[in-house]
Write a protein that binds this ligand. Sequence first.
Ligand code: GLC
Length: 642
Amino acid sequence: MNMEILEAASLLVMSGTIPGHYCCPLSPNTLPFLSPLKINRNGRRKRAPLYLRASSNSDTRQNFPRLCGTLPAYHRSQFVTTQCQRIEKIAEITNEDGNGTNGTWVKDAVSKASQVLGDVNGQKAIGFENGVIESSDDKSTPVGAANSASPKKRGNSVEDEAWRLLQESMVFYCGSPVGTIAAKDPSDSNVLNYDQVFIRDFIPSGIAFLLKGEYDIVRNFILHTLQLQSWEKTMDCHSPGQGLMPASFKVRTVPLDGDDSATEEVLDPDFGEAAIGRVAPVDSGLWWIILLRAYGKCSGDLSVQERIDVQTGIKMILKLCLADGFDMFPTLLVTDGSCMIDRRMGIHGHPLEIQALFYSALLCAREMLAPEDGSADLIRALNNRLIALSFHIREYYWVDMQKLNEIYRYKTEEYSYDAVNKFNIYPDQVSPWLVEWMPCKGGYLIGNLQPAHMDFRFFSLGNLWSIVSSLATTHQSHAILDLIEAKWSDLVADMPFKICYPTLEGQEWRIITGSDPKNTPWSYHNGGSWPTLLWQLAVACIKMNRPEIAAKAVEVAEKRIATDRWPEYYDSKRARFIGKQARLYQTWSIAGFLVAKLLLEKPEAAKNLWNEEDAEIVNALNIMVEPRRKRGRKVLKKTYIV
Ligand code: GLC
């Protein structure tokens, strides 16, 4: 069978057109027993489940044998025992690691980062004397106020606890670790879906495992979630485009069909059809691609990304994202709640977070896609989109003092190709908070852009990931970090990092959130503070050779995060309270903190997570902008639509 036919066959199987049997891929590391691996897509609807034969879409280059079969009940106890053994084994490794790491880690982290990255822009001096971190911008953070242990000692124990908790959050399927549970809060009886493995929540967990050299769980996660990629997900009899990755999945143990004495494990994904608000997880597939590339870079194992089923999975995500629609913009058009902010928060349209992840995923996919005739069109579309997207975001989403002043003086109702105010923004949208808030030095990318609407809220993840992915220019990236430093008391205060700033209040909150009691001002998504964002902050700061900013934020978190039992989020303007409805022992708070610490200790590893600025894109942007400035719209219209 040639490659194209194999690929087409795998597409058919993945789409559920061909019923098959899905079986457990047995690697040298998985356990020597057989298990039925049914993927229960329709459990709740009680429809007959489909089976996928792994061998139909498996790669001939794969060395692992795949076995199919049924696990009798007595084998289950063996399965549980083996899980326990595995956890113990990891625990031993942890202890060894825990003793050997840390030290005066802030100092070390900064000096290591300087060594690795070079002193490109006159590295700021950072001191760590008498429990106070001092940076040259004169802002100092006293440490040790909340905890009398020395920062060094506390740092060690908090990091050790994080690693232990992360391992305890592991979820096993067929004896192999496949993800981490969203939260393991013993005090909360109302688990909702926090007992599931969320794709987006697993990313910092996966990276923590990669940084610790634990590659299996990440590989398993990648391959198992690939098997879940949009089969026959339906909502109200409607199936969305293929390529969608679930928001989350759960490992369920169910009675084996026709055999009361046996059980089997099934993977039950949720594509948003059960999620609160029925939100579509647009970010899942993008994060999946980003993690896949990080796995290859950190482990050196490129065989996973080279597999035909994985290549097909990448292409399916890309095709879904690059499909034509009615939209005129190169940004991805999505519904509200399609990302980390998974409830109504007025971010429908073209939210920055999705655009930054989209850009990053396109770059990562381009790096991994095997060159072959069949994908030439896709690669072409991908390249065009990268250029148009970066132009659009850099040009139209950027605000700083100068740009604000331009917007403030905009003329409106311009009908022409050369309009200055292309989106017909009414200057009244420059609201008083923004006039006060924008620092003289610094700037940021706005949250969303629509006709006659700029969402000026500062969304942290979108801005940080724009730095990480090089969607923002170098100048813009530094300016975002300048703004973070200037607005420290708004964005970090007592717990990093504010999810967005400022909040929706009063009538605006009522209309936009639908009077959501969870998203009241300074809580949850509406200006709450999320420790998980520390890891993205760390990657962004290390990339820009300014690790001291992230180190300072980690130091703030370290003072109370373990004592507070690793909350999901914090409330109040300065993040002084544990969030009203926050889960405790939230895995991505634990993993986000841990990844930030590990990266600051070993900054060279952060290179595996960011995207360098692409010279070809920069060239194309220059070519695009120059003729347009000189010759008007003719060249532009012919070449790219921006
Ligand atoms: C909340 C968050 C979402 C996260 C989920 C699981 O719904 O808004 O981003 O994935 O919890 O932790």
